[in-house]
Design a protein around this ligand. Structure first.
Ligand SMILES: Cc1cc2nc3c(=O)[nH]c(=O)nc-3n(C[C@H](O)[C@H](O)[C@H](O)COP(=O)(O)O)c2cc1C
Length: 219
């Protein structure tokens, strides 16, 4: 199975989300919210700096399931970020994929080198060794050779690096449009269905429909 194929007839049942200390807490919150909305059981682990970024950028000072999921806390399982003995730290924990969002250069480098200092890193290592889908939504700019080499290593190990770099071709009107663009692409990579308006072909079809309507009304 490749990571972009639907899981279990299109229904992903269990996804691990790691949140680390890169800018972009809004992406984490939106991905968690969408997964919970889709009925996925979401296992969340935050690094220490991930918690700080959630507080500073998203105003989530107390990390709890409801705050992170827009009220769908019943779908979330929160794991202590430093507990490398948590359930999702074990290869025997069955899941359908993991995303690290946002992923700091620090966590990217640790995953690339097989270092597991916290639960996010450990769960990512285990996801790779068990050959499950791992999406690393990295955020840093510019990047240097260290990050490029780390990206090469994790890609060779089976991960997908998905830089948090939303396209502008759908003419976004707000920050939330940009966040949704990336959140939708991440769900695609995890094989989780969604209805976000992020598809170029649908955009073209809508534009064509509008131009046809404009033409007929001007006749
Ligand atoms: C406000 C703030 C913003 C940061 N933004 C980034 C970032 O966008 N990308 C990055 O790689 N590191 C960023 N860092 C640095 C990381 O948080 C730092 O390297 C930390 O060790 C990451 O730890 P973690 O990977 O365990 O979460 C930021 C730190 C702070 C305090």
């Amino acid at each position: 199975m490749t990571s972009s194929q639907p899981i279990d007839n299109g229904v992903a049942r269990r996804i691990v989300v790691g949140v680390t200390g890169a800018s972009g807490a809004a992406y984490a919150v939106r991905v968690i919210e969408l997964l919970a909305e889709r009925g996925v059981e979401v296992h969340v682990a935050c690094s220490n700096l991930g918690k700080r970024l959630l507080a500073e950028e998203a105003g989530i000072a107390r990390i709890d399931a409801d705050a992170l999921s827009g009220g769908r806390g019943d779908r979330l399982v929160m794991h202590p970020g430093n507990d490398v003995g948590a359930a999702c730290a074990s290869g025997s924990f069955r899941h359908d994929g993991m995303v690290v969002v946002p992923a700091s250069s620090n966590t990217l480098a640790k995953i690339a080198h097989g270092i597991s200092d916290n639960l996010v890193q450990r769960a990512a290592q285990v996801t790779l060794k068990e050959r499950r889908p791992l999406v690393i939504a990295h955020r840093e700019s510019p990047i240097g050779l260290t990050e490029i080499e780390a990206m090469r290593k994790v890609t060779e190990a089976g991960a997908i690096v998905a830089p948090l770099s939303p396209g502008l071709y759908l003419q976004p009107e707000s920050v939330s449009d940009l966040v949704d663009f990336m959140a939708g692409r991440i769900l695609d990579l995890l094989g989780v269905d969604h209805q976000l308006p992020i598809r170029w072909d649908e955009h073209l079809a809508a534009a064509r429909g509008k131009s046809d309507r404009d033409d007929s009304s001007s006749r």
